[in-house]
Design a protein around this ligand. Structure first.
Ligand SMILES: [Zn+2]
Length: 335
């Protein structure tokens, strides 16, 4: 994936400043991870004749080592599910535990991984260009991990730099926030976002407005949606399918994804009920107006469900009850 122009601009401005620890924050899905990785790549890049603000060269041994996820001076701290999704290797012990089905990949940044990162910070740089630690999403550190990191941030070993990235900075320890230089992620211009998305492999021009609307104007997230096989057509068809209680329309979605889509739909119906334009769906794809009280009830139930969505006792049952709730809400009619 080519680095989007709005991320390139942010990279240039961050690399022109000094700072051994950055916190990239702002609404989720604005390319926090991509920008964090770009910073780490530039810090470690070995093309000495290149001004660092231009970012990594993409061709040296260091850049190559990062591309193949095997750079000795880069420590990436992500929840294991994210590590696996983004192609980063787990340490041997963690991988063995998961292979032996002793446990599932974690959704938090594990304390063991954080301790390894702290040790990494104290080691000598292997390639001689310093070291980098990338933490994403930083709010997935628990208190123990966060405190271990905090000690390192307070007394950083000489040649290690940190980049923390988050879509939920309010969930971080204030002491962590205050130890980092903050950078608020910038929104891309709608025109720029749509041009970039259209230029990505396999994205049909007609799908671009639907994917961008579905993600509230977040092109990186729109591309991930596309890459995960969530089509623009399925998104447009979702409201009517839910109104019919059609389970086929939600096949393959994780409960958290379905709740997110339903929250967007509920939000849009509340907006159109007030005469405003929908934000995430096209007006033509929405079912008939629903009863306000029922929508508000639905919205509260979705919030409750969101809290347990990552650890449902039975994902299939959860999807069924979510679809049943949606059907009831969408078929309520204003008095
Ligand atoms: Zn390079």
């Amino acid at each position: 994936m080519s680095v989007a122009p709005w991320l390139q601009r942010q990279r240039t401005s961050l690399l022109a400043q000094r700072g051994h620890a950055w916190l990239l924050h702002g609404p989720s899905g604005l390319g926090q991870y991509e920008l964090a990785l770009e910073l780490a790549r530039a810090w470690l890049c070995e093309r000495a004749d290149r001004p660092q603000e231009q970012g990594a060269c993409g061709a040296c041994a260091s850049c190559h080592a990062i591309d193949v996820r095997a750079h000795a001076d880069l420590c990436v701290l992500l929840p294991e599910v994210e590590m696996l999704a983004l192609g980063w290797p787990l340490d041997e012990k963690a991988q063995a535990e998961i292979d032996d089905k002793k446990r599932k990949p974690s959704r938090e940044i594990r304390v063991e991984a954080m301790r390894a990162a702290v040790e990494f910070g104290q080691r000598t740089s292997a390639r001689g260009r310093g070291k980098a630690v990338l933490v994403f999403p930083a709010e997935r550190m628990n208190t123990i991990s966060a405190n271990a990191l905090l000690k390192t941030l307070e007394e950083p070993p000489g040649d290690v730099r940190f980049v923390l990235a988050t879509g939920a900075a309010h969930l971080l320890l204030p002491t962590i926030r205050s130890r980092c230089m903050g950078h608020q992620m910038a929104w891309p211009q709608p025109e720029e976002a749509s041009q970039w998305l259209q230029a990505q492999e396999g994205v049909a021009a007609a799908d671009v407005p639907v994917l961008l609307a579905a993600t509230g104007g977040r092109p990186e997230e729109a591309l991930r949606m596309h890459a995960a096989g969530r089509s623009a057509r399925a998104w447009s068809a979702l409201p009517q399918a839910l109104a019919r209680g059609d389970m086929g329309a939600v096949g393959g979605l994780a409960p958290a994804e379905l709740i997110d889509a339903m929250q967007k739909l509920c939000h849009d119906l509340l907006r159109t009920g007030q005469g405003a334009a929908p934000r995430f769906f096209a007006a033509a794809d929405l079912p008939s107006p629903a009863r306000l009280e029922t929508l508000l009830q639905w919205s509260r139930k979705l919030q409750d469900s969101a809290r347990i969505a990552e650890h449902p006792l039975n994902a299939g049952l959860m999807l069924e009850s979510l679809v049943a709730l949606a059907k009831t809400a969408l078929n309520s009619r204003p008095p």
